[in-house]
Design a protein around this ligand. Sequence first.
Ligand SMILES: *Cc1c(COP(=O)(O)O)cnc(C)c1O
Length: 343
Amino acid sequence: MMSKRTRTFTVGAGVTYPPSVELARLHTPLQLLDHISERFERTVYCKRDDLTGAALSGNKVRKLEFLLAALTDGGHGGVITCGGEQSNHARATALAAARLGLRCHLLLRTKDPSNPPEPTGNILLDQLAGATIEWITPDAYAERDELLERRATELQSEHGVSFSPIPEGGSNALGAWGYVRCVAELAEQLGPGPVTIVSAVGSGGTTAGLIAGCQLYNLPYRVVGIAVSDDRATFQGRIAKILAEMAETFEEDVAVEAEGIEIIDDYVGRGYALSSEEELRCIVDMARESGLILDPVYTAKAMVGLLGELKKAQRNLGEKIVFIHTGGIFGLLPKAAELKPLL
Ligand SMILES: *Cc1c(COP(=O)(O)O)cnc(C)c1O
């Protein structure tokens, strides 16, 4: 049965992975971005993690391979997770759950739960996959970890099957293994020479996994995260915490000092999920120059950040750079009206 096939992934021998279930199409390709490479006279690649699948795509799928393997093993009945209105993580979880025969309940943050947003983009896919959506206020969302636990218990008594909570963004010690595996792929594709890996940071699990992977495989890769909300110190703390949990749970030597984690917080722009003209323009330019569709919430900010840093002579990102395209295409659909003047 395709849906529950356990991954037997031989890449990255020498590191012992926790069990995972096959959901993503791996390896994802590495695409040379010739326009950017020529313009800045270095080699800039895009790691196409937007191609981990079609609807079930983006960076969250790599994390879910580990997060859901633990559940299918134990015969759990459902999952519950949370996110913003247009959460890519919620959509990926809803689709993966459907594929694996698990129920899925989503807590999604919206300004006024009595007047929820139209089912466009990711919300439409959540509903197509049969996930139940509970709209919650930003205030309620602030206590999301407690709320996930409480609602999981309540759903269990309502439905008679257990619901396992998955944290925001799938970002915990188990989910981060998805990006350890991504580092192993990169090592095969690029070799062991120095590389700077640049990606968007939203809940920290991707960056944590990348940092852990570089340590576990002993690679001279540098990991730089571009914050899409909050500030540097917040993400340094969150990522260091995930790495400390990985070190403790899996007895791997991956813990690092928070201050040493490279986060750039100069490109948050108007804030989470809000687009500046520069970001929208970047989406249009990338589509036309490289055929790449960036998303408005994460990868457009991260690409504006990468280009901004490349323009600065003083911060040298090195000769070889990999930008991780973490997906998110469905978040673009609700932005059609904002993009229209630029087309
Ligand atoms: C969630 C997400 C990110 C951020 O990844 P984290 O592991 O949460 O930091 C980046 N890009 C896209 C498209 C995402 O959906």
